[in-house]
Structures are given as C-alpha cells and as structure tokens.
Design a protein around this ligand. Structure first.
Ligand code: NDP
Length: 244
C-alpha cells in the first residue's frame, strides 16, 4: 500500500542509498534518487521501485554542485507533487596521510558532505509541511577516530552533528524533524566487508561484524516513519557497538 508520501535519497544508485531507496519504497513512499556517474545502476533502482507499484525517479545531480542539488529537490517535489522525506546520503571517502590532503580535496569533500546536505535541507524545507523529515547520513568517525588518515572525512562528517541540531531548532515549529544517522563500517563499494582493513574494523566493534546497507536503511525508515514522530536533533549510531 502506498502512503501517498514522497522521498528523495541523494546517492541512491549504490550501497546505503540504494538500500534506503528500496526500503522506503517498500514502506510505501514514492522515491526519487540522485546519482553522480552510475546512470545505469540508478535507473535500475528506480525501475525496481516502479515494479513495486510506487513511483521511482532517477536524477543525475552531482552533490559537488549546489545548483544541481537544489534542482534535484525542486524536481522531485514538482514530479511527485510534494516532498515529505529528504535523505542526505551521497558521500565519498577521502583518506590518506595528512600532509597529502590538498585544498581542492578539502573543498570538494566539504562541498559534497556539508554544503550539499545544507542546500538540500534548505530547499526541501521549502516544500515540506508538518511531518516532514530530514535525515542525514554521517559517520561514526565523526565522534570517535580509532585510526589514522581520516582527518578530512571525520571533520566533514562532524559538521553534520551541528547542522541537524540547528535544523531541528529552525524547523521544529513547523513540525519538521532533522536527524543524523551515523553508520559504522558497512558492506558497500566504499568499505567492502572483505577489504584490506575489514578485519581491523570488525575488531573495533562489540558485535564483531559489519553492518549491511539494509541495517542503515532500517534506521532511516524508523526516523522516516511514524516511529520518528518525536525524534529530532539527535544522532542515531548504527555501528555494531564500535563507538561505545
Ligand atoms: P558507496 O560508495 O557504496 O555509494 C556512494 C553513493 O553516493 C553512490 O550512489 C554514489 O553515486 C553517490 N555519490 C558519491 N559522490 C556523489 C556526488 N558527488 N554526487 C552525487 N552522488 C554521489 O558508499 P556508501 O553507500 O558506503 O556510503 C553512503 C553514505 O554512508 C556516505 O555518506 C558515506 O560517507 C556514509 N558512510 C558509509 C560507511 C561505510 O562503511 N560504507 C560508514 C559510515 C558512513 P554514483 O554511483 O553515481 O557514484
């Protein structure tokens, strides 16, 4: 059954974003998703959604480009006749020795991880009514850094903690919530569960395992659904007990 509600997931062609798009469709949302380069995969996810009876829409929008991000939000609202849920998910994983980080890399990372979610939230709030949900995907590395080489990544993701708190305050009187979901190691192209550092990362967790993209999608679905009605300005960490 459809809910008559609509969602936009940025970076929905692969990994956590694709799992979230599928899950929200299963929960009855019409779902638009953006991608940067993976056109075929993005359209395949949208097609899968369409086959479940919900509307699916794939939009090319590079999160490094704020105008493209704003357009994707506006197009989703126009095509679907409104917007109820925004999931800021698109992300990259810059890593390596501190001395090698370039100014260009800093600007690009902050553009994708901070400016894009900010601009998308701003645009989405313009379309949302009471019950609107803004959900952003951060990282558990925003709050605990157990390894070298992730200064830029951690810095960019920690900015989101302040962002969702500010959004929660600014939008609360309109009945719109804003929250952060902080995943730990999750089995995707970005961080495969059989990758070089996977055993080390597993060793940091209480449960001794990676998350599946569906684990993160389930947390997003909770915040997007009725259960998220009174949760705002907070951080939900889904990391198998890594940051404890
Ligand atoms: P993947 O690399 O598997 O997928 C990334 C997704 O983001 C793809 O859909 C990709 O699109 C999209 N994307 C990347 N750059 C851009 C861009 N400039 N504009 C638009 N879309 C873009 O990553 P994950 O699914 O693992 O990561 C999703 C989010 O979760 C990220 O924000 C990441 O930082 C966060 N995260 C992931 C963790 C993990 O262990 N996997 C842990 C903690 C946080 P395309 O296919 O077109 O490239």
């Amino acid at each position: 059954m459809g809910t008559g509600k609509t969602a936009l997931v940025t970076g929905g062609s692969r990994g956590i974003g694709a799992a979230t798009a599928r899950r929200l469709a299963r929960d009855g949302f019409d779902v638009a998703l953006t991608y940067a380069g993976s056109k075929d995969r993005a359209h395949a996810v949208a097609e899968e959604i369409a086959q479940t009876g919900r509307r699916g829409l794939a939009l090319q929008a590079d999160s490094a480009d704020p105008d493209a991000v704003r357009d994707a939000v506006d197009r989703t609202a126009a095509e679907f006749g409104g917007l109820d849920v925004l999931v800021n998910n698109a992300g990259i994983f810059p890593n390596g020795p501190l001395e090698g980080v370039t100014v260009e890399e800093i600007d690009r990372t902050l553009g994708i991880h901070v400016r894009a979610p900010f601009v998308a939230a701003q645009a989405a709030a313009g379309h949302m009514g009471a019950g609107g949900r803004i959900i952003t995907i951060g990282s558990n590395l925003a709050e605990h850094v157990p390894m070298k080489g992730v200064v830029l990544y951690s810095a960019s993701k920690s900015a989101l903690i302040g962002m969702v708190r500010g959004l929660a305050r600014d939008l609360g009187d309109r009945g719109i919530t804003a929250n952060l979901v902080n995943p730990g190691p999750t089995d995707t192209d970005m961080n495969p569960a059989d990758g070089e550092s996977a055993d080390t990362l597993r060793g940091f967790s209480a449960l001794g395992r990676y998350s599946l993209p569906e684990d993160i999608a389930a947390a997003v679905a909770h915040l997007a659904g009725e259960g998220g009605r009174n949760i705002t300005g907070t951080v939900l960490t889904v990391d198998a007990g890594t940051n404890i």
